[in-house]
Design a protein around this ligand. Structure first.
Ligand code: ZN
Length: 241
C-alpha cells in the first residue's frame, strides 16, 4: 500500500474532500506537510479530517501563526487577516492539536518538513543551490516538503540536482542518492493549474505518483466570501496561482 502525501490544504474543504474521494482505498497511511489552515474558510473541518486520517502531520508557518506560536507580523496584511480570523474560529481542542505538531518528523527513509530541513518554517525550497545546501540538514535518504505549492520530484547525485519531469497519474521512479519531493498544494495550487495537487508514495517500490483533481472551486470561493475573508483568496483559486 502507498502513503498519501498532502500539503498546504489551506482550509479548502471542497479540495480536500475531492482529493480523498480520488485516492480512496489506495493508501494506508497519510502524511500532511503543514499549512492545513490559513487562507480558506474551513480550518476546523480540515483539521478534523487530518485527525481522522490519523495522519503523520507537521506544522507549517500558518499553523504556527494561528496558534500564537509565532508572530503574524512577517505575513503580508491580507494573509494576516486570514490568520487572525483562523485563530478566532479554532476551538481550544483544535489549538491543542496544532500546538502538539512538530516541525520535523521522520518516517521510513523520509524526513518531513514544511519549508526546508534547514528552515522548516520559512524557506521556500526552489533552487538547485538550496537543494544541495539542505542535504546537510537531514539524515534520511529523502525529504518531503511543501510550502512552495509547486509539485516536484528531484534527485540529487554527485552534487547535481535533477528534476523528474512528471506526468500526473503516472508512477515515476524516485531517483538520486538523495532526493526531495513536494506533493504540491491541495487547497491553493500556484502552478497555473487550479486543480488540487497531491501525491501517492510507495516506499517499497520507491516510486511516486502525482495527481491533480478537479474540485468544486465555486463552493470554496463562496465559503471564503461568506466568511468575509479577503476576496483575493477566493479569486486566486480560479487561476491556480
Ligand atoms: Zn502554504
Amino acid at each position: 500500500m502507498r502513503t498519501l502525501l498532502l500539503s498546504d490544504i489551506h482550509s479548502n474543504l471542497p479540495a480536500l474532500e475531492a482529493v480523498l474521494a480520488d485516492a480512496e482505498g489506495e493508501f494506508d497511511a497519510a502524511w500532511v506537510l503543514g499549512d492545513t489552515v490559513g487562507y480558506g474558510a474551513d480550518p476546523s473541518a480540515c483539521v478534523a479530517i487530518v485527525r481522522d486520517l490519523d495522519a503523520l502531520a507537521i506544522a507549517g508557518n500558518h499553523e504556527m501563526a494561528a496558534i500564537g506560536n509565532m508572530t503574524a507580523e512577517h505575513f503580508n496584511p491580507v494573509a494576516r487577516r486570514a490568520i487572525e480570523w483562523t485563530a478566532s474560529v479554532l476551538s481550544e481542542d483544535e489549538r491543542e492539536y496544532l500546538l502538539g505538531l512538530q516541525l520535523v518528523e521522520t518516517a521510513g527513509r523520509f524526513t518531513l518538513v514544511h519549508g526546508s530541513p534547514s528552515d522548516p518554517v520559512w524557506e521556500y525550497l526552489t533552487t538547485p543551490y538550496q537543494l544541495l545546501v539542505n542535504l546537510e540538514h537531514f539524515e534520511t535518504t529523502a525529504c518531503a516538503v511543501g510550502h512552495s505549492h509547486q509539485p516536484f520530484n528531484i534527485g540529487v547525485s554527485d552534487g547535481k540536482a535533477e528534476q523528474v519531469k512528471h506526468t500526473p497519474g503516472e508512477r515515476e521512479r524516485l531517483i538520486g542518492d538523495r532526493l526531495y519531493v513536494n506533493p504540491g498544494s491541495v487547497g491553493q495550487p500556484r502552478d497555473r493549474d487550479k486543480r488540487a495537487s497531491f501525491a501517492l508514495l510507495d516506499q517499497q517500490a520507491w516510486d511516486i505518483e502525482f495527481r491533480r483533481v478537479e474540485y468544486d472551486t465555486p463552493r470554496a470561493q463562496a465559503r471564503i466570501r461568506e466568511k468575509r475573508l479577503p476576496d483575493f483568496f477566493a479569486d486566486r483559486l480560479a487561476l491556480g496561482q
